[in-house]
Design a protein around this ligand. Structure first.
Ligand code: PEP
Ligand code: MN
Length: 362
């Protein structure tokens, strides 16, 4: 699949901003004028709002489309809104909405996505696809593929985090490896981070935005409202236009690469060092597996089972303590050890299931 850019390529991040919901014409226009002055690339505002629980504000509906058209006329900004069914698509296209987006609660449902894709057949409008609420890369890719099959080529992806049941500092946990895997599979597709819906709160918006840029995301989508505390949806995560300007101003934009030869030489040396260390790691791991096989053989001769829970707990505790002394997180040590242990068990199992006498050299 070959995607075309939704936004012109540039050295600085793509900036999409605007209120969570369009509430009144005055609120939309105030936000848009303030953001136009800051040179954003696309103005966002939800007209149809899919809410998790009933009785929340569900958007102003089609009448908000005329407000967005006025934003275009008065500020020259391109505008975007969320569509969740075929009728939304027809209405939005009728009003000249420049870019459409599919929300997280729609991406999860292939029937809805297909309905939208069918409604878009033959239309030349870019579409941004938010990740589904659950951490399912295939569902996200599936939505993109449905649009692609309908002839849409200008497609971008928006990472807005994933639902999580339990305590976390985020509203939706980022699970950065999922959008990065999407980027690996679709390298020419622009990837945007919706820091507002990941954070759910104002105080960590900059941190998450910076992390996204450090991971080479192409841009940010952020909710901005003239009076955030009075917003009809998502008040805790929206910024005033002034605070949004501060956030953008504090971002450090890193370039994917440079032609500075000193820099490139140093990077090259460090990368060699990494490659050598990786080789060493693999040699050590291979040796560890050989020892595991010897243990397997020994257990087999003595008729002892492979998995010993007490030994496993002891290994983990020892490694976590050692890891902490070396500055390695508990999470990392546990994941790493589990992978090594699984592989060890496979090796032990292999020698256990070999016919008796197959290995005599030990
Ligand atoms: C939104 O952007 O306001 C929205 C409803 O987002 P999501 O689909 O990511 O929940
Ligand atoms: Mn919102």
């Amino acid at each position: 699949m070959q995607f075309q850019p939704v936004f012109e390529k540039s050295e600085r991040p793509i900036l999409i901003a605007g209120p969570c919901s369009a509430e009144t014409e005055a609120q939309v226009l105030t936000a848009a004028h303030a953001l136009a002055e800051q040179g954003i690339d696309l103005f966002r505002s939800g007209i149809w709002k899919p809410r998790t629980r009933p009785d929340s504000f569900e958007g102003v509906g089609s009448k908000g489309l005329a407000w967005l058209r006025r934003v275009k006329e008065e500020t020259g900004l391109r505008v975007t809104t969320e569509v969740a069914n075929a009728n939304h698509v027809y209405e939005a296209l009728k009003y000249g909405i420049d870019v459409l987006w599919i929300g997280a609660r729609t991406t999860v449902n292939p029937f809805s996505v297909q309905e939208i894709a069918d409604a878009l057949r033959g239309a030349d409008v870019p579409v941004m696809v938010k990740n589904p609420i659950n951490p399912d890369l295939k569902l996200w890719m599936g939505a993109i593929e449905r649009l692609y099959k309908a002839g849409i080529r200008r497609i971008a992806a928006i990472h807005r985090g994933f639902s999580y049941f339990g305590d976390t500092r985020y509203r939706n946990v980022p699970r950065w490896q999922i959008p990065l895997e999407l980027k690996r599979r679709f390298p020419d597709m622009q990837l945007i981070c919706d820091n507002s819906h990941i954070c759910g709160r104002r105080d960590i918006l900059l941190e998450v935005a910076q992390k996204a840029l450090d991971l080479n995301f192409d841009g940010l989508m952020t909710e901005v409202h003239p009076c955030p505390d009075e917003a009809w949806s998502d008040p805790a995560q929206q910024l005033t236009p002034v605070d949004y300007g501060h956030m953008v101003g504090r971002l450090v934009v890193r370039q994917p690469t440079t032609d500075d030869t000193d820099f490139l030489e140093t990077l090259d040396n460090l990368r060699h060092e990494i490659d050598e260390l990786d080789d060493e790691l693999f040699n050590l791991l291979a040796r560890r597996m050989q020892v595991a096989e010897r243990i397997g053989l020994y257990k087999k001769r003595n008729n002892i089972s492979i998995f010993q829970p007490a030994r496993w707990t002891e290994i983990v505790e020892r490694a976590v303590t050692k890891g902490a002394q070396l500055g390695l997180s508990r999470e990392f040590v546990e994941v790493l050890l589990k992978a090594i242990h699984d592989e060890s068990i496979n090796h032990q199992e292999k020698v256990m299931s070999e016919p008796r006498g197959a290995r005599v050299k030990d």
